[in-house]
Design a protein around this ligand. Sequence first.
Ligand code: ADP
Ligand code: PAZ
Ligand code: K
Length: 244
Amino acid sequence: MILVVDVGNTRIKAAVFEDATLFEIFVFSKIELQKNIKNILKNFEKITDLVVSSVGDVEKQSFLDYNNVLNVHFLSHEDSFPFYNRYSTPKTLGIDRMVLAAGATLVFPNQNRLVIDAGTCVTYDFVDEKNNYLGGAIAPGLRLRYEALHNFTAKLPLLSLESPKDLIGTSTAESIHSGVVNGFVYEIDGFIDEYKARYSNFIIILTGGDTDFLAKRLKNTIFANSNFLLESLNQTFQYKIKND
Ligand SMILES: Nc1ncnc2c1ncn2[C@@H]1O[C@H](COP(=O)(O)OP(=O)(O)O)[C@@H](O)[C@H]1O
Ligand SMILES: CC(C)(COP(=O)(O)O)[C@@H](O)C(=O)NCCC(=O)O
Ligand SMILES: [K+]
């Protein structure tokens, strides 16, 4: 059994797998890390490996503490991945993006693939049908947009995510919701449309904390799976074991 951990910039997500079977998912904050890992290990005594993908600022030591009871693996760009990395700065490519690209490559073989991860940032990652990872885009995520409007202005309140009533915002709050939510949805659909203009055929996977909110608002057909990164972590690790 393995425990995979995805350290994002907002939250930590973890999951227990045995081969392809997902047993349970856990979502928690950085300060709850130790408590959660301890509990998971207590409840799943068969866990032998801890696989970590981190783009957040959690100390490596928090995981290395378990080195005496488990094999601890930190995924990095030095591991084996099932695609050809054509990014011009492969060492600065986010490991979460590499894991998503690996998952897409393994789960949807021999086709063009676009992964959209709507987390703290929204990231776009494209792997072509010949398994070339080309790159994509990084933009502010949904929550970050609300925060940026508040943090960098004198008068705008910090609002929580809400569906805009209309395109035309008729109050400060409605204008913010329209700008953030409608803007985000148009942007993602716009990106997809531009990819479609370049590639006639590709599968689109949407994941990240805002998956469910976005999936029903996009005009394009996508494959929505908020667990795709955790599942891809399992896939990437299985691939690494076979190829190292
Ligand atoms: N309980 C929650 N706490 C924080 N963000 C949440 C929560 N539920 C949904 N979200 C949404 O998830 C997004 C962050 O996604 P997530 O995948 O957790 O990010 P990351 O992988 O970067 O840590 C935010 O834009 C926010 O709107
Ligand atoms: C773009 C990211 C901040 C996304 O992080 P997330 O939203 O998943 O927390 C992360 O993938 C990262 O730090 N990337 C490094 C730059 C790059 O991928 O080129
Ligand atoms: K992301």
